[in-house]
Design a protein around this ligand. Sequence first.
Ligand code: PMT
Length: 228
Amino acid sequence: MSGTSLAGLRVVVSAGPTYEDIDPVRFIGNRSSGKMGFAVAAAAAQRGAQVVLVAGPVSLATPAGVTRIDVRSAAQMHAAVFAQLPADIYIGAAAVADYSPREVATGKIKKQAGRDTLTLELVRTPDILAEVAAHASRPRLVVGFAAETDNVEGYARGKLANKRLDLIAANRVGIAGSGFESDDNALTVYWSDGARALGPAPKTQLADELFDLVVERLAGAAGKERHP
Ligand code: PMT
């Protein structure tokens, strides 16, 4: 859908994976093509929003009307997102690595004769989404994604509550035609006292339908402010 339902609003979207370097030739990363997050950014721009897309390493063209900031690691994504606040809406579609090597080797780690194992010490990365939701200038709407293989509703609702989100869009991964890399997906969007199933459909269509919900939630929040 094109139009002006998000005109005047600033939307920050994260997309794609992050790569956490082990040494100059190796990294740890999550699976993600960036297609879902890029579709979200495109849909927001088509509705008239001012959109900043913070993208991990992906091979996708920048959607029309979107300002793109490329990053590699979770730490870089964290810094780039926070440099874009304040915003009206934050949507975290990125598959951020939860752990990063404590130390990055400056030279290529060589195989050691006689040793069949290699131990890496990993440290937690910052939870960008949770920090945005707890930030002093919190966006009016903070939306997360949840990629799950099982107990989709349970884990998604746990993230909704623990990260203090307004909405979470859950998708099942590990099956063909949905989740990572595919052009299509199916989402169930949860909020504190409701849920809506979207798709299966192309990610571009799902992104637009997600914004129908976002616009409804913004209108609901504005209504509550006027009629407490
Ligand atoms: O990119 P595609 O190939 O199109 O695939 C789309 C997708 C499957 C990657 C996407 O739809 C999706 O589900 N993105 C979130 C993937 C994920 O890893 O979610 P999570 O359950 O680990 O994280 C939950 C939420 O917290 C996400 O909004 C994530 O962006 C955010 N998060 C997680 C960890 C972290 N350190 N910082 C974060 O902000």
